[in-house]
Write a protein that binds this ligand. Structure first.
Ligand code: PLP
Length: 264
């Protein structure tokens, strides 16, 4: 008897989600009665607001809401997301530039699939959310870490990015507010990084899932609001999980230039 053909080498090389592993451990300890406060998954500790739950329950009464939808999402939802993108990220987009996904995590995966070619180097400010390097690797790109420690409030500078840039650099990951550090880039820092990416024709994958969770007057300005000309080379990732306490509902989205969204 011949042995079974191997499983996918690409998928087998992907590390298990460290976040979900730690989260599962914390939940198991809580279930065993231990007083554990988990900082693992970014999950609000309160329920989804009832006006959202009620609206969803009502919507389920109408079959048009649960039949097959266009692959990119319900038109009315894409319109609402376009309006939210203008409101919170200062970017005017057509609903056709919005793609709805199963959570922000799928958008992260798809964003790299859309802009990374094999061998491309993707600049990844560290500390980072553990999903990024795996998603970059699945797109056959190479993550290049750019470390920013506590001494610089966990924020990378243009000088650091420039030092890490090579002729293979095609993408920068930009996350503000950051998971895991919580750092928020100032509008000036954001603009400086945006102008640098624009100058070098580098794509920006900006993960804005925490944009509405800021404190003490801080405002996370979208990199496309800071540098509007960057819109043609930026993919915005977002979702309902954090802002609306809807982690398990699995609704996320990506927004980007028309040609990229057609490909995604
Ligand atoms: C920085 C960041 N981006 C994206 C996501 C994905 O969120 P979800 O897939 O739950 O919408 C998370 C979840 O923890 C996150 O921390």
């Amino acid at each position: 008897m011949t042995s079974r053909a191997p499983l996918s080498r690409k998928l087998s090389a992907i590390a298990e989600s460290a976040t979900l592993k730690v989260d599962a451990k914390a939940k198991a300890l809580q279930a065993a009665g231990r007083p554990v406060i988990s900082y693992a998954a970014g999950e609000p500790d309160f329920a989804t607001p009832s006006f959202i739950v009620d609206a969803a329950a009502e919507a389920l009464q109408d079959p048009k809401n649960y039949r097959y939808t266009p692959a990119a999402g319900l038109p009315v939802l894409r319109e609402a997301i376009a309006a939210k993108t203008l409101r919170d990220s200062g970017l005017e987009v057509a609903p056709s530039q919005v793609i709805v996904t199963n959570g922000g995590k799928q958008s992260v995966y798809q964003a790299f699939q859309t802009v990374v070619n094999p061998g491309d180097e993707v600049l990844l400010p560290a500390p980072y959310w553990t999903t990024y390097p795996e998603a970059i690797a699945l797109a056959e790109g190479t993550p290049v870490e750019v470390f920013a420690g506590a001494d610089q409030d966990y924020k990378v500078t243009v000088a650091q990015l420039e030092a890490a840039r090579t002729d293979k650099t095609t993408v920068l990951v930009f996350v503000s507010p950051s998971n895991p550090t919580g750092s928020v880039y100032t509008p000036e820092e954001t603009a400086e990084i945006g102008r640098w990416a624009l100058e070098h024709g580098i794509w920006v994958v900006t993960d804005e899932i925490y944009q509405n969770l800021t404190y003490e007057g801080a405002k996370a300005v979208s990199i496309v609001e800071a540098v509007p000309e960057l819109a043609g080379q930026t993919i915005l990732v977002n979702g309902v999980a954090k802002t609306y306490a809807m982690t398990g509902w699995r609704v996320g989205w990506m927004v980007g230039p028309a040609d990229a969204m057609k490909l995604a």
